[in-house]
Design a protein around this ligand. Structure first.
Ligand SMILES: Cc1ncc(COP(=O)(O)O)c(C=O)c1O
Length: 341
């Protein structure tokens, strides 16, 4: 480590800390420039930027992990790069080549190496890549210029309690429309989720669960995370829908459940009226990691799964396997780990 920083790693939550350097690249006249690291954490853009008025932007979230021997590694950054390309296509922005995306993440981690929390603290360095439409414009049309940035912040658990079960309620509002932008990681989906989230938190829940926007009968997402359930006969089940954000954690868990834990995996409808098919459920995502769901409030009644206080055995095994691979304690499937050198 090049420098020391005075951070109590064990007290970190999911909040912003200014780190030393961030990456910026500009798209102009049909191409991306080489990109560079900068100190300034403020950006100056036209007041008429499409990102500000028409939500022409997208972002990603991934983490750098410190391993037992002090190395640093990224978990499947190529998948984040590809998802960002899909998001860019959906809102008519130029794509970032996969190699450029990974290189930008590597540069940012290396430049802020001393902010990567030590192994064993449970904390990580969260990377936030983003693309925004900038430049002067006033009509509803794609921007003349784009900015691709990556910054990083050291983070602890997303939901208070970390790997302890938390309760959720069902949202009346939707985060996405049937043929809308739910599968893209664009800011508008998150703006629409602020109010139902706040209402859920005010009522004592960790967050809310979104149902399928067309029929309101099937589970889609758990706040900013995907949903999974474990059935009585030990199947790993997760919803299938075009309006869910395809979670890299969820697709990784599907592989781990099948190949490492010998489970049957199903991606299909998860009906609210059939919640009792599950003995354990959880929320999964880069920030949420695996957060066990204690109970879900449906029509004013709390449906409890394994327990409101204890983590279920299958959820625990999935968590240990996933986190073991991310922190370099367990060998992951080929190509999942990228060493930061
Ligand atoms: C709406 C939403 N769903 C699911 C996820 C989980 O995706 P991932 O596992 O790729 O972090 C996220 C976080 O990125 C999200 O914002």
């Amino acid at each position: 480590m090049s420098k020391n920083v005075s951070i109590d790693w064990s007290k970190l939550g999911f909040s912003y800390t200014k780190t030393d350097l961030r990456y910026i690249s500009m798209w102009k006249d049909g191409k991306w420039d080489a990109g560079k690291l900068v100190e300034d954490n403020m950006i100056s853009i036209s007041e008429s930027s499409t990102a500000l008025h028409y939500g022409q932007q997208c972002f990603e979230g991934l983490k750098a992990y410190r391993t037992p021997n002090g190395e640093i590694q990224l978990f499947r950054p190529d998948e984040n790069a590809k998802r960002m390309q899909r998001s860019c296509r959906r809102v008519l922005m130029p794509e970032i080549p996969v190699d450029k995306f990974i290189d930008a993440c590597m540069q940012v981690v290396k430049a802020n190496e001393h902010f990567v929390p030590p192994y064993g603290s449970g904390a990580t360095l969260y990377l936030r890549p983003y693309v925004i439409g900038v430049g002067h414009n006033i009509g509803v049309k794609p921007a003349p210029e784009y900015l691709f940035g990556v910054f990083c912040v050291p983070v602890g658990p997303y939901f208070k309690g970390g790997m302890a079960p938390v309760n959720f309620t069902i949202a009346d509002m939707d985060r996405a429309a049937p043929h809308g932008t739910g599968a893209a990681k664009v800011g508008g989906n998150y703006a629409g989720s602020l109010l139902p989230h706040e209402e859920a938190v005010k009522r004592g829940f960790a967050d809310c669960i979104y149902l399928d926007p067309a029929t309101h009968t099937k589970i889609e997402e758990v706040g900013a995370a995907n949903f999974f359930g474990i059935t009585k006969d030990n199947k790993f089940v997760t919803p299938a829908s075009p309006s869910i954000l395809p979670s890299i954690t969820k697709y990784s868990l599907m592989v781990l459940a099948e190949k490492y834990l010998g489970m049957t995996v199903e991606e299909r409808d998860c009906l609210v009226e059939k919640l009792d098919e599950f003995v354990e459920t959880g929320a999964c995502g880069t920030a949420a990691v695996i957060t066990p769901i204690g109970g879900i409030e449906v029509d004013g009644k709390l449906h409890v799964f394994h327990s409101e206080t204890e983590v279920g055995p299958v959820t625990k095994k999935l968590y240990d396997t996933l986190v073991g691979i991310q922190f370099g304690e367990i060998e992951g499937p080929e190509g999942w780990i990228y060493k930061v050198k």
